[in-house]
Every structure is written in C-alpha cells, then in structure tokens.
Design a protein around this ligand. Structure first.
Ligand SMILES: [Zn+2]
Length: 296
C-alpha cells in the first residue's frame, strides 16, 4: 500500500480526496487497499489486516460502502457523478468510510468534473474519494487543487509536478512571490496582461496561486509536508519570504478575485488590483517586520 496513505491513516490526517497517478490496475489495487485500511476491523499502523470480514468483502468487491465508477463508453459522464452523489447521501452500511473510486478520472466530461467539484468542495463527512488517472493531464485545476496527489513508486508526491508542464507553475508562483515586492507598476501590469489570455487561463492561475499561498501558510504553521496540497514543494514554501499570516491574507484576496471573475467582472482590472494588493501586503510585511501591523 502507498506509504503516504498509510501514514495519513495512522496519524488520522487523511484528507477527503486523493488522486492516484499511475497504472490503472495497480492504482485500483492501491485504492482498494486504502479502502480496506480505513474500514478494516483490526487495522495495524495504518494498514489493513487483510483477513477480517470488511477486508475480505472489499477484496471480493461486495462491500456496500465501496463504490467503483469507470467511464461508460469514452468518458465519465455527469449522470455517473450524480449516481455517486446519490450513493454517498445514504448512511454508511457497514464501514467507517464510504469510498468512491473513480477510474480514468482524466476522462471526465467538463460537466461531470464540475459536478464532482461541488461534491469535493463540501464533502459529506466520512467519505473518501480516490481518483485514479494515468496522468494528471485533462483534469481541471480546480479538481486537482482539491485532491492530494500521490504518485506510485515515489515518496515524493505532489499535486502537479510531473504533470505536463505543471512544474512550470511552481516556478512561476515562487518567482512571483519573490519578485512582487520589488517590481514597478509597469512590470506588474505586464504580469496581469500575460495572465489575462483567456478566462480559463485566469481561472487556472488564480487556482494555482491560491494553492501555493495556502501551502505556504500550512507549511509554516504545521511544519508537516503531508498536509500540503503539494508536498513536493514543502522546502520551497516553508522557506518562502512571506509569513503564514501574510499568505492567508493574500489567499483571501485571491478568493475575492475569483468570485469577481465568476461574476463576470473585467478580468484584467481585477487582476491588476489583485497584484497591487498582494504587492502591498508583502511590502508592508517587509517594512513592519516582526511587528505584524500589516493592515490593508
Ligand atoms: Zn481487516
């Protein structure tokens, strides 16, 4: 079983959604072992016993609290996500957790992904989602940002590293936070120009920025990489120049900006203002240092 998941179960730090990246049948096995570990009647150190009734039912595919969904035809469709929603709205039958395993999660239609996103935003308690995909391409960043990604065969796990060009995002976010306090208005407006290519791009960037700021705050407060959306960047975010408090304030500004974009505000204007606010927050922090009087 994947070490990161066993560790999370043992420490009681399981998040409600994981994305397992790798070979489909191997990852399904991992997902089932995870389902066993959380519902096992006699678990040991985060691992399932493999022998009890719950473990055996899960292994033979007849545990009522484990739902496996795979594409009907070429894609995972919204109807299937609705069926999942119905299934998890019922009380648990036997297990402590309801487990929803989504195979080929990268084959979700846009409607299905948006519908899943709503569930992931307000997950019913005691429900564990395990998405499985051969790679993270074609999964909406908004969905990605709500899952903790685990890659097979590596201790080093992350949300978007090694997925297409997404390492680029880490660099971009790290660079932005580092440079923001020292750039002038002209450079700042050029950044918002480059972000404002289209609405999807704006959405993705804001989502990544939010995740990045959240990880800075969580890393600095908890010093625990397993709590990050993106554990592989732990060293970078924990050593970031900005304080947890500033990261939280900045994240709230990003969320505010996301709301405005969803309400069809002028994206360029909203981004300009956001960058100016973030710049001010970081500059104020630098100026006041430890006194923490960084009013906006
Ligand atoms: Zn067991």
């Amino acid at each position: 079983m994947l070490e990161q998941l066993a560790k999370a179960i043992k420490l009681g730090l399981l998040v409600h959604a994981y994305l397992l990246i790798g070979d489909k049948s191997k990852m399904l096995e991992e997902a089932l072992e995870t389902a066993m570990a959380v519902n096992c009647l006699f678990p040991v150190g985060g691992y399932a016993c493999g022998e009890c009734l719950a473990c055996r039912k899960i292994r033979y595919g007849n545990h009522p609290d484990v739902v496996i969904v795979e594409p009907r035809g070429a894609s995972l469709k919204i109807d299937q996500i609705r069926e999942v929603q119905r299934a998890i709205s019922f009380k648990h039958f036997e297990g402590r957790y309801k487990i929803v395993i989504l195979l080929d999660a990268n084959k979700m239609t846009l409607e299905a992904a948006n519908s899943l996103l709503k569930v992931l935003e307000e997950p019913p308690s005691g429900t564990l989602f395990i998405l499985i995909a051969e790679n993270g391409d074609n999964i909406l960043p908004t969905v990605l940002s709500r899952c903790q990604a685990v890659k097979a065969g590596r201790k080093d796990t992350n949300m978007c590293g090694d997925m297409g060009n997404d390492n680029r995002w880490h660099e971009q976010m790290r660079g932005l936070i580092e440079q923001l306090p020292s750039i002038d208005l002209h450079q700042l407006l050029k950044i918002s120009d480059s972000w404002n290519k289209n609405r999807d791009n704006v959405r993705s960037i804001l989502e990544y920025l939010l995740v990045w700021l959240r990880d800075i705050a969580v890393a600095k407060i908890s010093r625990n990489d397993s709590l990050l959306f993106n554990p592989s960047v732990f060293e970078t975010v924990v050593n970031s120049d900005i304080k947890a408090e500033t990261a939280v304030r900045a994240a709230l500004e990003v969320q505010n900006c996301q709301r405005q974009i969803e309400q069809n505000a002028n994206a360029k204007l909203v981004l300009d203002v956001l960058l100016m606010k973030l710049q001010r927050l970081i500059r104020l922090e630098e100026r006041y240092g430890e006194s923490r009087r960084c009013e906006v």
